[in-house]
Design a protein around this ligand. Sequence first.
Ligand code: UDP
Ligand code: MG
Length: 316
Amino acid sequence: MKNKPVLNLVIPCYNEEQALPYTEKVLNEKMKQLMEDGLVDKKSRVVLVNDGSKDRTWEAITEMHDTNPMYVGIKLSRNKGHQNALLAGLMYAKDHADIAISMDADLQDDIQVIDDMIEKYKKGAEIVYGVRSSRVKDSFFKRFTAEGFYHFMSLMGVDVVFNHADCRLMSHLALEGLAEYKEVNLFLRGIVPQIGYQTDIAYYERNERVAGESKYPLKKMLSFAMDGITSFSVKPLRMIASIGFVILLLSFIILIYSVIMKLMGNTVSGWTFIVCSIWLIGGIQTLCLGVIGEYIGKIYNESKHRPRFIVEKTID
Ligand code: UDP
Ligand code: MG
């Protein structure tokens, strides 16, 4: 751990030409302050990743780099989505910096949190999660859906930090750990807690977007949540087996019920046989699907080639 770490501030940008002038102004100030306070090294950079924007974002980034070499630009060949753009920036930071902090281009997350994050890094944390202290500034709808998202994720067996989005500090060590995860369906909020090491939390306020509009409409949010669940948990597959088991149990109750009905003479001929068959076969089929699901879950976990462990230290 270094006293004056080289910081790379990683910022994915998709159609952010309207937000970038503001971002540049604020970051010029902030980086200057961090360097003058001796919190970060003078070689620190702001890494802007252009995620295949359709507007003049890349031109804006190029101009920023030309006027101030503190800005580094990475241009992806096409739009690959927030998570992939972020990963591209983080992997650059892994090779060029001691710590990386990820932020959104609109600077909705209060950047004063950077000081606190670096403090916590200096106290030994390898990962510092930025967590929103409150959601009072969100609309009711956004708050409801966002909080529902975190609850649902943990219900589905995905280990996520509550109210933590993608604003976080990662040390060089943590970035090397992240690089071990080769999966294609990227859900960083799920991967990062799996890396391990000492972690900490820094609280911040989130403001409204200054310019441009949100790139996360409800449709994208839902598919993001779906991605998170299906990339991290085999719980939905397990649920199939449980449902099958319940149906099978029910079929025994139905069996008894239909036999009683038959004995009481309340049935037309053939009814008992058909009703029992439907329930029994339905239960067995669903249970079998669950068993197959269990194997698919295993294959799926194997195919991700995730690291089985990451060694923090060896003394020999
Ligand atoms: N973003 C990206 N690629 C995309 C969509 C979004 O790089 O395909 C970036 C975007 O430029 C921003 C960040 O991801 O820096 C978060 O997006 P946004 O601020 O629109 O999300 P919100 O804050 O509304 O959830
Ligand atoms: Mg935003």
